[in-house]
Design a protein around this ligand. Structure first.
Ligand SMILES: NC(=O)c1ccc[n+]([C@@H]2O[C@H](COP(=O)([O-])OP(=O)(O)OC[C@H]3O[C@@H](n4cnc5c(N)ncnc54)[C@H](OP(=O)(O)O)[C@@H]3O)[C@@H](O)[C@H]2O)c1
Length: 304
């Protein structure tokens, strides 16, 4: 998809970042930017010595280091974030610092590097009609990119999608490796959008490839009830119900009611063009009206 680019990925050592590195590494230079040495070291070991990969330890909030790291980069992907719903709910200040001050620093660093042609922020379905601290920060992140698009010399876009089933911290991975232990359900109707980390990485790259300045790319995804996933993983059909966590929703949305008027359908995507009203807009797109995985599709998905 990309060739001969120099791509910086904040959060490049995370699940999504690593997958993007895998896709791009044969034909591009890549800069992995994150904080934890051990995770970068482990990534270096698994990839072998590749001269086109640079690893930089740095916090996204450290604008000076990020500005230096971006020198000569042509594409900048902002994937670093706090993303655990419960951690974010319990520590809104840290979530704000990481996800919003981090984004501000990223946007400033991009603007200081004229080599950057395209910059993209990675968002989540939890940003649509947000109910959680995590979702709120991601919604504001999207708006910060939209605002920056007015003043930047490069193309600024965001991309939104639902759960990557095999990403770090995904409960489904835990359930799969321990199907016999007691597993609780927060609500019998909870449903989520799913695809794999590989799909997530492809989605980010497709959005960067196609997005125009200020646009939000939203991937159309299929949904499944957590109850049906648990039934498949455990072979059981009854689970203790413990009630929703603070900030947790029964249904997720990819396109909210408020956004639908600005939404334009484009193949596998909805594109939110903030200044462009669609005279025949799509409906809101939520786990209540999106297509569901068939049983066979779910079995295939769960195999990761
Ligand atoms: N996982 C999903 O299902 C999902 C769904 C939709 C959207 N997303 C979004 O996709 C992005 C990547 O998710 P992921 O699943 O790949 O997450 P992940 O595996 O937890 O990776 C997060 C990455 O961000 C880095 N990071 C976090 N805070 C940082 C900071 N202050 N400075 C520098 N690096 C920082 C982490 O490395 P260090 O800790 O070493 O710094 C790690 O490399 C996130 O923005 C997330 O909101 C994820």
């Amino acid at each position: 998809m990309f060739a001969n680019e120099r791509v910086l990925i904040t959060g490049g050592s995370g699940s999504l970042g690593r997958q993007i590195v895998d896709i791009l590494k044969n034909s591009n230079e890549i800069v992995v930017y994150s904080r934890n040495e051990e995770r970068q070291h482990e990534m270096q070991k698994s990839l072998g010595r590749l001269s086109n990969l640079t690893f930089i330890i740095g916090d996204v909030r450290d604008e000076l280091t990020l500005t230096d790291a971006l020198r000569g980069c042509t594409i900048a992907i902002h994937a670093a974030a706090m993303k655990d719903l419960i951690f974010c709910e319990n520590q809104p200040v840290q979530t704000y610092l990481n996800n919003l001050i981090g984004t501000q620093s990223f946007l400033q660093a991009v603007k200081k590097n004229p080599s950057v042609k395209k910059a993209c922020g990675v968002s989540t379905d939890k940003a649509a009609s947000p109910s959680s601290v995590y979702g709120c920060t991601k919604y504001i992140m999207e708006q910060m990119f939209r605002e920056s698009a007015r003043y930047a010399d490069c193309i600024m876009s965001t991309v939104r999608f639902g759960n990557m089933i095999n990403s770090r911290g995904s409960l489904i991975g835990e359930w799969k490796s321990n199907p016999n232990k007691e597993i609780c359900l927060t609500h019998p109707d909870v449903a989520r959008f799913f695809f794999t980390v590989k799909d997530g990485a492809t989605t980010v790259l497709e959005a960067i490839n196609s997005a125009k300045n200020g646009e939000l790319y939203i991937r159309k995804m299929k949904q499944a009830r957590i109850y049906d996933i648990l039934k498949l993983i455990t072979g059981r059909d009854s689970f203790p119900i413990i009630g929703l966590f603070p900030g947790e929703k029964i249904h997720e949305e990819l396109v909210s009611q408020n956004e639908a008027p600005y939404c334009h359908e484009l193949g596998n995507y909805y594109v939110v063009k903030p200044e462009c009203i669609n005279k025949s807009p799509p409906q809101m797109y939520s786990t209540q009206n999106a297509p569901a995985f068939s049983l066979n599709e779910l079995v295939t998905l769960l195999d990761f």
